[in-house]
Design a protein around this ligand. Structure first.
Ligand SMILES: Nc1nc2c(c(CN[C@H]3C=C[C@H](O)[C@@H]3O)cn2[C@@H]2O[C@H](COP(=O)(O)O)[C@@H](O)[C@H]2O)c(=O)[nH]1
Length: 367
């Protein structure tokens, strides 16, 4: 039967007679992050972009990504990232991205929160990945949602042991980390049979739908703020969760997201530093003085929202510039890979003392 054989008028008549809604071609779910970023950029007065530096940076980033053949496979090449393409890896990535926030430190390098694992000393994001592996090696099922929700086997004391430090500084926001693990576990066990794989299935292959599902279902991922009277969506950990799954799995079915290019840069505290160092981001004198003085910046403060939103918009401008100058890359250089590249490069530059400004000091669960 072809579409011509179908009597659509009769079908509509029968639908109405049966009280069925007419067929609606639902618009694809949108995260509204990019439009939030543009709104913040358009209204920002303390953070601006420099178009010439963006053009120059785009070419530098493009060439470097080509030289390093930056792709999704780069993700699994990291020493501590899981390589298996299975449900355990999905739950490992979920656990990691529930906790993937706020590792900046005002302690000196020897005293800052650190985890010794496999003969190396890990700090920052990598200390989180290391401590999860350390717990699994100790036989603690730290990536299992059913474990998180049962305080008789997963006590706060045991989780404090999992998050223990091998240096003077303790992990920041320990209680928040414990609370949100249990919060996510409750929802997953009640509605998704205790595995994030069922969330992936429910999103039906759409990265944007999965980001929106995560932000709707799990409050700790609902990275939304008020700016100039409007709600703005940043969704940093919800987006990087989907991006990590995409990078870790594609082309395995768990990682097939045809709309992955709708994700944006992940507004953390590291990437703005390299964007500033490249001359792309410009700060007003009071904001720059505040950051250089390592003063705290409250979550939701206008300066903080401007920093995050304008960084997202900056990476979008870089992405558009790369696509304009190198149309052949439009299929495989997206905001996610540019972001991953910028984060990794920022870590290298931090190690070599080449970053031009400290990161801003916001302590929150959002990033
Ligand atoms: N925008 C963005 N933010 C990222 C990452 C990553 C790590 N992603 C890995 C996966 C693929 C990539 O190749 C990376 O190897 C962590 N973060 C954020 O940074 C902060 C930790 O920083 P530090 O204290 O310096 O380690 C914290 O807010 C964390 O959420 C990223 O990729 N992009």
């Amino acid at each position: 039967m072809t579409d011509d054989d179908v009597d659509h008028d009769l079908l509509d008549f029968m639908r109405k007679a049966m009280g069925l809604d007419p067929p609606t071609t639902k618009p694809p779910l949108a995260t509204k992050v990019l439009e939030s970023a543009q709104y913040i950029f358009d209204n920002a007065i303390d953070v601006a972009l420099d178009p010439d530096s963006i053009k120059t940076a785009a070419e530098i980033i493009y060439r470097s990504m080509q030289e390093k053949s930056y792709s999704t496979s780069t993700w699994s090449e990291h020493e501590l990232h899981p390589k298996e393409k299975d449900e355990d890896t999905v739950n490992f990535i979920l656990t990691m991205d529930i906790l993937n926030f706020s590792f900046w430190s005002d302690f000196d390098d020897q005293s800052r929160f650190a985890v010794n694992y496999r003969g190396k000393r890990w700090t920052g994001y990598w200390s989180l990945v290391a401590l999860l592996r350390r717990a699994l090696d100790e036989g603690i099922p730290i990536t299992c949602p059913y474990f998180w929700v049962d305080p008789t086997i997963c006590s706060d004391a045991l989780l404090t042991h999992v998050f223990r430090s091998d240096s003077e500084e303790r992990i920041p926001l320990l209680q928040e980390r414990i609370d949100i693990l249990r919060e996510v576990g409750e929802v997953l066990c009640e509605r998704y049979d205790g595995t994030f794989v069922n969330c992936i299935h429910k999103a039906n292959g759409s990265a944007a739908a999965l980001v929106v599902l995560v932000a709707d279902e799990f409050p700790c991922f609902r990275d939304e703020h008020k700016y100039e009277g409007r709600r703005v969506n940043i969704y940093k950990r919800a987006q990087i969760l989907v991006a990590d799954i995409w990078a870790a799995f594609t082309p395995h079915p768990f990682g097939l997201f045809p709309d992955i290019d709708t994700l944006t840069m992940f507004a953390d505290y590291r990437v703005p530093v390299i964007l500033y160092t490249l001359g792309c981001l410009l700060y007003s004198p009071p904001l720059e003085a505040h950051i250089r003085a390592l003063k705290p910046l409250a979550t939701g403060h206008s300066w903080e929202v401007q920093l995050r939103g304008t960084s997202i918009w900056c990476v979008e401008m870089i992405r558009r510039q790369i696509t304009k100058m190198h149309p052949e890359t439009s299929g495989h250089i997206n905001a996610v890979l540019i972001d991953f590249y910028l984060y990794d490069t920022a870590k290298d530059m931090e190690r070599d003392g080449k970053l031009a400004i400290p990161c801003h000091r916001t302590r929150s669960i959002w990033y």
